[in-house]
Design a protein. Structure first.
Length: 279
């Protein structure tokens, strides 16, 4: 994750426009302010703003301002649902100045489809974040079009780094697999906690205790993985003793028809669906 010393936004040049302040947009907004970005330098376009976003207006944040009053923003962050992109993105064209970079977190919307609705030559970055961004522990993968300057890429990295780690790819087509691994991945982890709890109950534990054990185990193991310099395989091997209880369970999970092929099938299915949604 980008540290606050590396990613401070106190010296950011130009205003920031956030289009859409739902869960992901609000998480990014909180992260930016936490890294020193003055709310007075932010304009939010959100017809159903939460109480928390509305309260920031008292600190100078511009909530749903007249678009003619927002001149040449440094960045326009598009954080709306992809289903409304067709009406939202073209309406942003008047905001885009010659030095503006458009940063999209809309799933499935390609660089080309966004560019069609904006002025020719617009610098555009497409990203895929994930839901742990809500607690500052997300990971976002980004890809830029050919109009993006190094300074704009650095700015996008700082903004995205406010909610977690940032990775860059050069080929946009990789974002379908990224979506399948990290974008959808939190659901796989939550399913693990869900099914582990059910298995514990099936083994005789009270259901509420099984749920607490599963939740704490998945959360604690994730934190250990986050903090440890060891790779997942080594961490797994450290838990397992030959002939022990963990080994007996892993014999099932690592069987030829166990978890690995199922996960490959799941990621492949999500990748294919991402490509289909992108058209």
């Amino acid at each position: 994750m980008v540290s606050s010393s590396d990613a401070s936004l106190r010296d950011l040049a130009g205003p920031v426009v956030l289009v859409g302040a739902g869960k992901m947009g609000s998480a990014m907004l909180d992260g930016w302010i936490g890294l020193g970005l003055d709310p007075a330098r932010i304009a939010v376009l959100e017809p159903q703003a939460s109480a928390a976003v509305t309260a920031l207006a008292a600190r100078g944040l511009k909530l749903n301002p007249d678009r003619n009053s927002v001149r040449d923003p440094a960045v326009v962050v598009v954080a709306v649902k992809p289903q409304v992109a067709g009406e939202v993105v073209p309406a942003l064209a008047p905001l885009v100045g010659p030095s503006t970079v458009v940063l999209s977190i809309m799933a499935g919307k390609t660089l080309a489809s966004i560019a069609q609705a904006l002025p020719a030559g617009t610098a555009i970055i497409r990203t895929m974040p994930n839901t742990p961004a809500a607690i500052g522990r997300g990971i976002t993968v980004a890809v830029a079009n050919g109009e993006v300057k190094p300074s704009q890429r650095a700015l996008a990295h700082r903004l995205l780094g406010a909610v977690g780690a940032v990775e860059w790819v050069e080929r946009e087509g990789l974002l379908d697999a990224v979506t399948a691994v990290s974008g959808s991945g939190p659901a796989y982890v939550f399913l693990l906690a869900e099914t582990l709890a059910r298995a514990g109950a099936a083994a005789g534990l009270p259901a509420d205790l099984a749920a607490r054990l599963a939740r704490a185990t998945v959360a604690g193991s994730g934190e250990l993985l986050h903090r440890s310099a060891l790779d997942p395989q080594t961490l797994r091997e450290n838990v397992s003793s030959p002939g022990g209880t963990t080994a007996a369970a892993l014999d099932v999970l690592m069987a030829p028809k166990g978890l690995a092929p199922l996960m490959e099938q799941a990621v492949a299915a999500a990748t294919q669906r991402s490509r289909a949604l992108a058209g």
